[in-house]
Design a protein around this ligand. Structure first.
Ligand SMILES: Cc1cc2nc3c(=O)[nH]c(=O)nc-3n(C[C@H](O)[C@H](O)[C@H](O)COP(=O)(O)O)c2cc1C
Length: 388
């Protein structure tokens, strides 16, 4: 077993093991990738206040997200096609999250279905909903998530239309990969991935195939999903979905204080300050740069979470010290999954927890609820001076 000391170690192994098409799918941002890059580099602008001679014994990273106990304020973000990064990837990631004590979020565009994950984990998880034009399909999807005992519905709001990621078009991204001279040459060097994939439970979108009229296999699936994201989604529809769900609702993809206020109005239990990991609106500011203005607007009315750009426990700590109640990680756990399966996701979580714990200690903090802006050194121009 390789020695893993940081998330970058997992990324290197991941890149060697997984077909190029799926590595590129994960590692891309939209268009120029400015927002994708700044999501991470903006974390580096925040610095930490070193404190000494504070009793640092009995520390804990434990916290709560939407009232649920978590081993640290980190949830696994919904990531489409996770089961293409590793055979049965959603099941493996969900098991790792369950054993570690953090929430797992299953994407609508997952390979393993809601039922697969529920049966394999026997633990409540969160379900992420993309609203689709096919209202009947959405209604049934919500019912399936209820039947599977999902403990929160994460509604993603920033993908009514897909941002363009150049590499996916050039690679002809599909699940399973189409066999062309290029993909065959690539797969020949990724035999470990291929052998495991032969015995995977599924190799296409498990929440969709067999649940939509006329979609029994992959032949019509690509066209169906591309035209299905609902361009008419608005706050009224969100309120109706919330009513149908009847449980906890997290609204994901909020990057503006005005939208955050609307999210409060429709009664969200939490919002996720997110730009979809830089995969949607290129040119948007990073999530961490937008967090302070959103906290100022709604921080006392709704639980605020953050994702996009988190690659370490220090990033988690910075987001929480800034005022977020929790965070989500996307790529950081996918690197682990692609590299080493369930063990790799656990390794990613362990790295992040250890980094968070040691950083807390050196900042003189022993519990998550004591973290605050007093632990940060925030440059005066952090976030920049931008005018609408
Ligand atoms: C490969 C990939 C696929 C994604 N698929 C989804 C998805 O199906 N639904 C969703 O709400 N967000 C999706 N996201 C966005 C993540 O939930 C999350 O917002 C993002 O990964 C956070 O940024 P990070 O990867 O820098 O941690 C995806 C992200 C990646 C990298």
């Amino acid at each position: 077993m390789p020695v893993i000391t940081n998330i970058e170690d997992l990324k290197r192994i991941y890149q060697r093991r997984v077909p190029r098409m799926f590595y590129d799918y994960c590692e891309s941002g939209s268009w120029t990738e400015q927002t994708f890059r700044e999501n991470s580099t903006d974390f580096d602008k925040l610095r930490l206040r070193q404190r000494v001679a504070v009793d640092m014994s009995g520390r804990s990273t434990a916290s709560q997200m939407i009232g649920q106990d978590v081993a640290m304020p980190v949830a696994l973000a919904p990531v489409g096609l996770t089961g293409m990064q590793r055979a049965d990837g959603e099941i493996k990631a969900a098991r790792a999250a369950r054993d570690f004590g953090v929430p797992f979020t299953l994407s609508t565009m997952s390979i393993n279905s809601i039922e697969d994950v529920a049966e394999a984990t026997r633990a409540p998880f969160w379900f992420q909903l993309y609203t689709m034009r096919d209202q009947d399909f959405v209604r049934r999807l919500i019912q399936r998530a209820k039947d599977a005992n999902c403990s929160a519905l994460v509604i993603t709001l920033d993908l009514q239309i897909m941002g363009q990621r150049h590499k996916d078009i050039k690679n002809g991204l599909s699940a399973p990969p189409k066999l062309t001279a290029r993909t065959i040459a690539d797969l020949a060097t990724k035999w470990g991935w291929g052998i495991e994939m032969l015995s995977a439970k599924r190799r296409n979108f498990g929440n969709i195939v067999g649940h939509v009229q006329g979609i029994k296999d992959n032949s019509k699936l690509g066209a169906w999903s591309a035209e299905q994201f609902d361009p008419t989604l608005d706050w009224d529809k969100i309120a109706k979905i919330k009513e149908q769900w009847g449980g906890k609702v997290i609204l994901k993809g909020i990057l503006d204080a005005e939208d955050a206020r609307m999210a409060v109005k429709v009664g969200a239990d939490a919002i996720v300050v997110s730009n979809h990991g830089g995969r949607q609106l290129d040119g948007a500011l990073s999530s961490i740069a937008m967090l302070p203005s959103i906290l100022d607007a709604v921080g006392d009315q709704v639980e605020v979470h953050l994702d996009s750009g988190i690659r370490s426990g220090q990033d988690v700590l910075k987001a929480v010290a800034m005022g977020a109640q929790g965070t989500f990680i996307g790529r950081a756990f996918i690197y682990g999954l692609g590299a080493m399966g369930q063990k790799g996701v656990t390794a990613a979580l362990e790295v992040i927890q250890k980094e968070m714990d040691v950083t807390m200690a050196l900042c003189g903090v022993t519990k998550v609820s004591d973290l605050g802006r007093h632990n940060l050194l925030i440059p005066q121009d952090f976030g920049g001076v931008w005018q609408p």
